[in-house]
Ligand binder design. Structure first.
Ligand SMILES: [Zn+2]
Ligand SMILES: [Zn+2]
Length: 124
């Protein structure tokens, strides 16, 4: 199996989900198409895709890394209750002080940690 096929299938899977997936979840899904793929190969391809900016990664509360095929700049909110990862748009105001200093932003990674609305109301 050619490397490009593995890479394409991994990317296709991540792009088809509006969801953040762990390497093992990706491995399980891609294995249905490429049965002889190994978890190591999945990790290696994920590393390449990250380097090339084709996907982004998010570190969750449990220190697990989740991958996201949606690469347009967006902020993540990681809930410590349900462990869900939520996407939020980045407010452009956040960057204005950086621009004012004459810096140029190439990429942005914003991760908030806390409790989502559902878990917060369940606490009460
Ligand atoms: Zn939650
Ligand atoms: Zn995301």
């Amino acid at each position: 199996m050619r490397n490009t096929t593995q890479r394409t299938e991994i990317l296709k899977f991540l792009r088809s989900k509006r969801h953040h997936c762990s390497a093992v979840q990706i491995y399980d899904a891609v294995r249905e198409i490429i049965p002889n793929i190994s978890l190591g190969t999945v990790y290696r391809n994920l590393g390449n895709l990250l380097e090339q900016g084709e996907i982004v990664s998010v570190e969750a509360v449990d220190k697990c890394i989740y991958y996201d095929g949606f690469t347009e700049d967006h902020a993540h909110f990681v809930c410590s209750g349900c462990k869900e990862i939520y996407d939020f748009p980045i407010e452009p105001e956040n960057r204005s002080s950086i621009h004012k200093a004459g810096f140029e932003v190439a990429s942005e990674r914003v991760i908030y940690y806390g409790k989502c609305a559902k878990c917060k109301s369940a606490d009460k």
